[in-house]
Design a protein around this ligand. Structure first.
Ligand SMILES: O=c1ccn([C@H]2C[C@H](O)[C@@H](COP(=O)(O)O)O2)c(=O)[nH]1
Length: 220
């Protein structure tokens, strides 16, 4: 009977590397730092949870067709699972080629505000779990009062934001008043780096953290 060798029991000379000496240059996605790591050590340059979820909110915002402000939101469960994302956009069935995207038309009906669904609302409605109770929502901008109500009513317990640049507006003052009254905490996140670049060509790059794929034809 033929003896089966599992992949993880493969011939050492084929797929193992000299772990004490062999190093790989690790060029980060944003090309800002290069560090050398041995393959038997944990990577050091990985994203923190806060950076990861905030970056996800930013990526989601790239789907928005709003010509002025693109907002993304990412809802995360207490065990760090993404349970919903959303960006600002027209409601389902409201063709975004036909509805207005401007904001300076004298007629309110011809401006975007009556129609656009906010990112936070879409993230809650897009949830892929039973509910979003005790979750955290990551957003670039501090949520407006309408979004604050949705956040509170949905059971979200924490808001993490990047910028509060409209803090002087009554909408944001109202949001904070409601969050404080209802026990929703909020905190500003400072990203560990200003830029994160996604370089799709990395997948074909020679500079990789992985050893070369073992030649499986040698397995018996
Ligand atoms: O909490 C918020 C506040 C606003 N938005 C959306 C709504 C609009 O599409 C834009 C704001 O447009 P401006 O031209 O900057 O006034 O942002 C949101 O999704 N969430």
């Amino acid at each position: 009977m033929e003896h089966q060798i599992n992949a993880d029991e493969s011939e050492p000379e084929i797929c193992s590397i000299n772990e004490t000496t062999q190093c790989y240059d690790n060029v980060t996605a944003d090309n800002t730092s290069i560090e050398t790591e041995t393959l038997n050590e944990k990577r050091k340059n990985y994203l923190s949870w806060d950076d990861f979820f905030m970056a996800t909110a930013f990526l989601v915002a790239k789907r928005s067709k709003d010509p002025v402000t693109q907002v993304g939101a990412c809802i995360v469960s207490p065990d760090k699972k993404i349970v919903g994302t959303g960006y600002n956009g027209m409601p389902i069935g409201c063709n975004d080629d036909n509805f207005p995207w401007g904001k300076n038309n004298p007629s309110k009906l011809e401006n975007k505000y009556f129609y656009v669904c906010h990112a936070e609302m879409n993230a809650v409605l897009n949830k892929n779990s039973m509910d979003v109770r005790n979750c955290t929502i990551y957003v670039a901008l501090f949520p407006c009062n309408e979004c604050a109500k949705i956040i509170i009513q949905s059971g979200i317990k924490e808001v993490v934001y990047l910028s509060d640049k409209y803090s002087f507006k009554p909408e944001m003052v109202a949001s904070k008043r409601m969050f404080k009254a209802s026990g929703v905490s909020f905190r500003q996140h400072t990203p560990s780096k200003q830029q994160l670049v996604l370089d799709f060509s990395e997948v074909n790059s020679n500079m990789t953290q992985m050893p070369s794929t073992p030649d499986k034809s040698n397995y018996k």
